[in-house]
Design a protein around this ligand. Structure first.
Ligand code: CTP
Ligand code: MG
Length: 232
């Protein structure tokens, strides 16, 4: 039977957040951002395995692991094969899962940013129920709410862009393992910021599943305030 496996890239340095350490290791309510994220998946009944992909020279995970994680270790696989870009981290992690026989070609892989630590369980469940059996896969996303302006080179408004068909991509992004592996197989991964765009390049059109505004990503220092409120 098809399983759902979470793959959490956590090999970034968090340059924009600027905490002096990778943002996934910032502590909120006594536990790291990464611990909060991993627990969402290990606690979800539809997720059979959660794999986190760290940078090969990560020292923070081992230091924080004991104190932070509620998870039984058999539900969590730690891979130390992160790459230069997010897409490379995902590719390396997926290949490791397949090579070790921890995932099969027909399993669904749910790729989720380590820094999106407030994902509501119901949004995760919605993605699985609406895209879990779709050949083309799917992602959580929210319709764009604000009016969009296109800038000219002097940062003056060039045009107002109609927003009615525009969605903001979130994660998780769900694809069958063989499709995701094919999408990430070769080429320059440095410009790919999400898995869906790699799949789109194969001419496939993944589904948009209603996400949640609480599913925000810790990116800039000012994001921390809201994330702390959400995790209370
Ligand atoms: N990520 C990764 N490997 C990389 C780069 C990013 O696993 N080489 C992960 C991050 O750890 C994060 C997710 O991809 O969980 C989303 O990336 P982003 O928010 O851009 O995080 P960082 O790359 O760490 O931040 P920044 O771009 O500000 O340096
Ligand atoms: Mg980045």
């Amino acid at each position: 039977m098809k399983r759902h496996i979470a793959l959490i890239p956590a090999a970034g340095v968090g340059e924009r957040f600027g905490a002096g350490k990778p943002k996934q290791y910032v502590e909120i309510n006594g536990r790291t951002v990464l611990a909060h994220t991993l627990d969402i998946f290990t606690a979800h009944p539809d997720i059979s395995l959660t794999a986190v992909v760290l940078s090969p020279n990560d020292t923070y995970f081992s230091e924080t692991h004991q104190a932070c994680f509620q998870t039984a270790s058999d539900q969590l696989i730690v891979l130390r094969c992160g790459g230069e870009s997010r897409a490379e981290t995902v590719r390396n992690g997926l290949n490791a899962l397949l090579e070790r026989g921890l995932a099969d070609a027909g399993d669904n892989i749910l790729v989720h940013d380590a820094a999106r630590c407030c994902l509501p369980a119901e949004a995760l469940g919605r993605l699985i129920s609406e895209a879990g059996d779709a050949e083309e896969g799917g992602i959580l996303a929210v319709p764009v709410a604000d009016t969009l302006k296109q800038a000219d080179e002097h940062r003056r408004i060039n045009a107002t862009v109609p927003r009615n068909a525009l969605w903001q991509a979130q994660t998780p992004q769900l694809f069958r393992a063989d499709l995701l592996q094919r999408a990430l197989a070769e080429g320059d991964l440095s410009r790919i910021t999400d898995e869906a765009s790699a799949v789109e390049m194969l001419g496939i059109r993944p589904r948009l599943v209603q996400g949640d505004s609480r599913n925000l990503k810790l990116t800039l220092p000012q994001d921390e305030f809201i994330v702390r409120l959400l995790l209370k």
